[in-house]
Design a protein around this ligand. Structure first.
Ligand SMILES: Nc1ncnc2c1ncn2[C@@H]1O[C@H](COP(=O)(O)OP(=O)(O)OP(=O)(O)O)[C@@H](O)[C@H]1O
Length: 275
């Protein structure tokens, strides 16, 4: 169970990255979505005890992430967005080091490392220095480390950035099979749709919406997206969200599409529909 209580973060320069965030979640995969700068990484860093909040707190399985940070760290594993592997060490060595450092026996760590490297598609390069691997392969090492940890809750900040579609599917598959609960941030909406049991949408550090993909979209079930005309300007593109009936008059003249998760970003950027 994850719960944030009036969680607020104001950085030293005055930027309010999280603004009284309150939500509870107890699902297998929770995705945190929001535009660049919405506060997702700040939230994940605070929840994974790498950064202190300015005020408020959060609880993971009832444990306070500030007052009981040491206990929380035993429950979680986290891959920061900026994680970089050690160039001379191989993927296999990364996993072994990480798992044994977490207290796993060497024999168990060997077995789990091998299985995870196979599952995630890194088996053939398991003994290569990571310096000699591609950016996507390096990213996969961290996903493998987190999943192999079998932690109760795993934080994955944009786990599939830079991965080709095949590798992304490999990662999705391993994430779906994991026994751990996951908190994920992503800018890939199909990834959020594929994996999430619940989504929290944040904007300028505030909670905008929470629910399943269906819940979030159901608020706009009678609307469609019209491209080429409308009040909302995204760069040079004009977009409007109109009732289905009204959209009939646009068919043939403009591009008319169903609303997807991507549209929530445009809608909630403050320029679209009122909630
Ligand atoms: N160390 C810092 N000092 C000052 N401001 C910061 C710092 N880190 C982040 N911010 C600011 O806090 C806000 C939230 O940033 P954060 O990285 O949490 O957003 P995000 O939703 O993860 O963005 P992205 O999708 O681009 O990764 C932004 O305005 C950002 O500029």
């Amino acid at each position: 169970m994850l719960e944030t209580i009036d969680l607020t973060k104001i950085y030293g320069d005055g930027t309010k990255a999280l603004d009284n965030l309150n939500f509870k979640s107890n699902v297998k995969v929770l995705s945190v979505l929001g535009r660049n700068g919405a506060g997702k990484t700040t939230l994940v860093r605070i929840l994974s005890t790498q950064l202190l909040p300015t005020s408020g707190t959060a609880r993971i399985n009832g444990l306070d992430i500030v007052k009981e940070a040491k206990k929380v760290r035993k429950l979680i594993s986290s891959i920061p967005q900026e994680a970089r592997p050690v160039g001379m060490s191989s993927p296999y060595e990364h996993l072994l080091m990480y798992l044994t450092a977490r207290g796993m026996s060497i024999s168990e760590a060997r077995e789990i490392s091998r299985k995870t490297l196979k599952d995630i598609g890194l088996w053939e390069v398991r003994d290569k220095p990571t310096d000699e691997l591609s950016g996507g392969m390096k990213r996969k090492i961290f996903v493998a480390m987190a999943i192999a940890s079998n932690a109760e809750l795993i934080f994955l900040d944009e786990p599939t950035v830079g991965l080709d579609p095949y590798s992304r599917t490999e990662v999705w598959s391993i994430l779906k099979e994991a026994d751990s609960k996951l908190v994920l941030t992503t800018h890939y909406m199909e990834e959020a749709e594929e994996l999430s049991d619940e989504i929290v949408l944040i904007h300028k550090g505030k909670l905008i919406s929470k629910g399943t993909v269906e819940d979030l979209l159901s608020k706009f079930k009678d609307k469609v997206r019209v491209e080429g005309t409308g009040e909302i300007k995204v760069g040079k593109m004009k977009i409007s969200y109109v009732d289905r009936k009204e959209a009939e008059t646009y068919i043939g003249k403009y591009i008319v599409k169903p609303i997807t998760l991507e549209d929530l970003f445009i809608i909630y950027a403050g320029e679209g529909l009122e909630d």
